[in-house]
Design a binder for this molecule. Structure first.
Ligand code: MG
Length: 197
Protein backbone atom coordinates (compact mmCIF):
# COMPACT_ATOMS: atom_id res chain seq x y z
CA UNK A 1 0.00 0.00 0.00
CA UNK A 2 1.37 3.40 -0.92
CA UNK A 3 2.25 5.95 1.78
CA UNK A 4 -0.03 8.40 0.00
CA UNK A 5 -3.03 6.25 0.93
CA UNK A 6 -2.00 6.09 4.60
CA UNK A 7 -0.89 9.68 5.21
CA UNK A 8 -2.58 12.89 4.23
CA UNK A 9 0.06 14.41 1.97
CA UNK A 10 -2.73 16.34 0.28
CA UNK A 11 -3.03 18.44 3.41
CA UNK A 12 0.57 19.67 3.00
CA UNK A 13 0.17 20.08 -0.76
CA UNK A 14 -2.80 22.37 -0.07
CA UNK A 15 -1.28 24.24 2.85
CA UNK A 16 -1.64 27.54 0.99
CA UNK A 17 -5.39 27.36 1.67
CA UNK A 18 -4.89 28.26 5.33
CA UNK A 19 -3.55 31.65 4.26
CA UNK A 20 -6.86 32.53 2.64
CA UNK A 21 -8.89 33.88 5.58
CA UNK A 22 -12.11 33.60 3.55
CA UNK A 23 -11.56 29.85 3.36
CA UNK A 24 -11.12 29.42 7.10
CA UNK A 25 -14.43 30.85 8.25
CA UNK A 26 -17.35 28.45 7.62
CA UNK A 27 -20.58 29.67 6.00
CA UNK A 28 -22.60 28.17 8.86
CA UNK A 29 -22.03 26.69 12.30
CA UNK A 30 -24.38 24.25 14.04
CA UNK A 31 -24.25 22.57 17.44
CA UNK A 32 -25.64 19.18 16.31
CA UNK A 33 -26.42 17.44 13.02
CA UNK A 34 -30.17 17.89 13.47
CA UNK A 35 -29.63 21.66 13.51
CA UNK A 36 -28.93 21.42 9.77
CA UNK A 37 -32.69 21.58 9.35
CA UNK A 38 -32.60 25.33 9.96
CA UNK A 39 -30.08 25.84 7.13
CA UNK A 40 -31.90 23.52 4.75
CA UNK A 41 -35.18 25.38 5.24
CA UNK A 42 -33.65 28.69 4.20
CA UNK A 43 -31.14 27.82 1.47
CA UNK A 44 -31.39 26.09 -1.91
CA UNK A 45 -29.52 22.86 -1.13
CA UNK A 46 -29.62 19.74 -3.32
CA UNK A 47 -26.72 17.70 -1.98
CA UNK A 48 -24.93 17.18 1.32
CA UNK A 49 -21.43 15.78 1.86
CA UNK A 50 -20.65 14.55 5.38
CA UNK A 51 -17.37 13.93 7.15
CA UNK A 52 -17.38 10.85 9.41
CA UNK A 53 -15.23 11.12 12.51
CA UNK A 54 -16.53 13.54 15.13
CA UNK A 55 -19.24 14.67 12.68
CA UNK A 56 -21.43 11.55 12.50
CA UNK A 57 -19.87 9.59 15.37
CA UNK A 58 -16.83 9.86 17.72
CA UNK A 59 -13.36 8.65 16.67
CA UNK A 60 -12.99 4.89 17.07
CA UNK A 61 -16.70 4.39 17.75
CA UNK A 62 -18.60 1.86 15.67
CA UNK A 63 -22.08 2.97 16.56
CA UNK A 64 -23.94 5.99 15.23
CA UNK A 65 -26.31 7.49 17.81
CA UNK A 66 -30.02 6.84 17.26
CA UNK A 67 -30.59 10.58 16.81
CA UNK A 68 -27.98 10.91 14.04
CA UNK A 69 -29.00 7.63 12.43
CA UNK A 70 -32.64 8.64 12.14
CA UNK A 71 -31.83 12.17 11.02
CA UNK A 72 -29.40 11.03 8.30
CA UNK A 73 -31.89 8.47 6.99
CA UNK A 74 -34.62 11.11 6.95
CA UNK A 75 -32.41 13.60 5.03
CA UNK A 76 -32.02 11.18 2.15
CA UNK A 77 -35.70 11.41 1.35
CA UNK A 78 -35.11 15.00 0.17
CA UNK A 79 -31.38 15.44 -0.50
CA UNK A 80 -28.61 13.57 -2.26
CA UNK A 81 -26.08 12.59 0.40
CA UNK A 82 -22.65 11.01 0.58
CA UNK A 83 -19.78 10.70 3.04
CA UNK A 84 -16.25 11.88 2.26
CA UNK A 85 -13.62 10.72 4.72
CA UNK A 86 -9.82 10.70 4.87
CA UNK A 87 -9.75 7.27 6.52
CA UNK A 88 -6.78 5.10 5.57
CA UNK A 89 -7.93 1.99 3.65
CA UNK A 90 -6.80 -0.57 6.25
CA UNK A 91 -8.81 -3.79 6.68
CA UNK A 92 -10.15 -2.96 10.17
CA UNK A 93 -11.06 0.59 9.11
CA UNK A 94 -12.90 -0.69 6.04
CA UNK A 95 -15.04 -2.96 8.25
CA UNK A 96 -15.97 0.04 10.40
CA UNK A 97 -16.82 2.14 7.35
CA UNK A 98 -19.06 -0.58 5.95
CA UNK A 99 -20.86 -0.80 9.29
CA UNK A 100 -21.43 2.99 9.32
CA UNK A 101 -22.73 2.88 5.73
CA UNK A 102 -25.27 0.25 6.77
CA UNK A 103 -26.39 2.18 9.84
CA UNK A 104 -27.04 5.50 8.09
CA UNK A 105 -27.73 4.24 4.56
CA UNK A 106 -25.25 6.70 3.02
CA UNK A 107 -22.37 5.66 0.79
CA UNK A 108 -18.79 6.52 1.70
CA UNK A 109 -16.94 7.90 -1.33
CA UNK A 110 -13.43 6.61 -1.92
CA UNK A 111 -11.60 9.58 -3.46
CA UNK A 112 -8.10 9.19 -4.91
CA UNK A 113 -7.03 12.35 -3.08
CA UNK A 114 -7.77 13.35 0.50
CA UNK A 115 -9.46 16.46 1.92
CA UNK A 116 -8.67 19.35 1.55
CA UNK A 117 -7.67 18.57 -2.07
CA UNK A 118 -10.22 19.99 -4.52
CA UNK A 119 -10.19 16.66 -6.40
CA UNK A 120 -11.59 14.87 -3.34
CA UNK A 121 -14.61 17.19 -3.25
CA UNK A 122 -15.03 16.93 -7.02
CA UNK A 123 -15.26 13.13 -6.70
CA UNK A 124 -18.10 13.60 -4.19
CA UNK A 125 -19.84 16.18 -6.40
CA UNK A 126 -19.58 13.85 -9.40
CA UNK A 127 -21.21 11.12 -7.31
CA UNK A 128 -24.02 13.42 -6.11
CA UNK A 129 -24.49 15.10 -9.51
CA UNK A 130 -25.02 18.46 -7.80
CA UNK A 131 -23.62 21.95 -8.32
CA UNK A 132 -21.03 23.03 -5.69
CA UNK A 133 -23.04 26.14 -4.73
CA UNK A 134 -26.08 23.93 -4.00
CA UNK A 135 -24.07 21.44 -1.97
CA UNK A 136 -23.19 21.55 1.73
CA UNK A 137 -19.98 20.17 3.22
CA UNK A 138 -20.59 19.28 6.86
CA UNK A 139 -17.53 18.57 9.03
CA UNK A 140 -15.69 19.23 12.28
CA UNK A 141 -12.24 20.17 10.92
CA UNK A 142 -11.44 23.65 9.67
CA UNK A 143 -8.23 22.72 7.85
CA UNK A 144 -9.71 19.83 5.89
CA UNK A 145 -13.53 20.02 5.71
CA UNK A 146 -14.01 23.80 5.71
CA UNK A 147 -10.99 25.17 3.79
CA UNK A 148 -11.21 22.34 1.25
CA UNK A 149 -14.97 22.68 0.88
CA UNK A 150 -14.86 26.42 0.37
CA UNK A 151 -11.97 26.13 -2.05
CA UNK A 152 -14.08 23.71 -4.09
CA UNK A 153 -16.96 26.24 -4.13
CA UNK A 154 -19.24 24.43 -1.66
CA UNK A 155 -21.22 25.91 1.23
CA UNK A 156 -19.62 24.76 4.45
CA UNK A 157 -21.02 23.86 7.85
CA UNK A 158 -18.76 23.52 10.89
CA UNK A 159 -19.97 21.23 13.65
CA UNK A 160 -18.22 20.81 17.03
CA UNK A 161 -16.55 17.41 17.58
CA UNK A 162 -19.00 14.93 19.14
CA UNK A 163 -16.47 13.78 21.76
CA UNK A 164 -13.16 15.67 21.83
CA UNK A 165 -11.64 13.17 24.26
CA UNK A 166 -11.52 10.57 21.46
CA UNK A 167 -9.38 12.79 19.18
CA UNK A 168 -6.02 11.20 18.30
CA UNK A 169 -3.42 13.54 19.84
CA UNK A 170 -0.90 14.30 17.08
CA UNK A 171 -3.10 14.13 14.03
CA UNK A 172 -6.21 15.83 15.38
CA UNK A 173 -6.17 17.21 18.94
CA UNK A 174 -2.95 19.18 18.48
CA UNK A 175 -3.87 20.83 15.13
CA UNK A 176 -7.46 21.37 16.29
CA UNK A 177 -6.21 23.60 19.12
CA UNK A 178 -4.56 25.93 16.60
CA UNK A 179 -7.50 25.75 14.18
CA UNK A 180 -9.86 26.93 16.93
CA UNK A 181 -7.57 29.82 17.90
CA UNK A 182 -7.08 30.81 14.26
CA UNK A 183 -10.81 30.79 13.52
CA UNK A 184 -11.64 32.81 16.65
CA UNK A 185 -8.95 35.40 15.81
CA UNK A 186 -10.23 35.77 12.24
CA UNK A 187 -13.82 36.10 13.41
CA UNK A 188 -12.78 38.85 15.79
CA UNK A 189 -10.67 40.70 13.22
CA UNK A 190 -12.86 40.63 10.13
CA UNK A 191 -16.56 41.28 9.50
CA UNK A 192 -16.94 37.98 7.63
CA UNK A 193 -20.63 37.66 8.25
CA UNK A 194 -21.33 40.60 5.94
CA UNK A 195 -19.20 39.11 3.18
CA UNK A 196 -20.89 35.75 3.43
CA UNK A 197 -24.42 37.04 2.85
MG1 MG B 1 -13.82 14.71 11.26
Amino acid sequence: MSLRKLFNFDFFLNLHLIFKPGHIVPDFQVERLIDLTGILQNHPVEGIIFDIDQTILPFGSDEVSAENREFLRHLQTEYRCCILSNFPPLAERIKRIESIEKQVGIEVIAAAQKKPAAAAFQTALDYLQTEPQKTLMVGDRILTDITGGKNAGLKTVLIPPIDKSTDPFFTVRFPRYFEDKYLKTLQLCYPFKKRLK
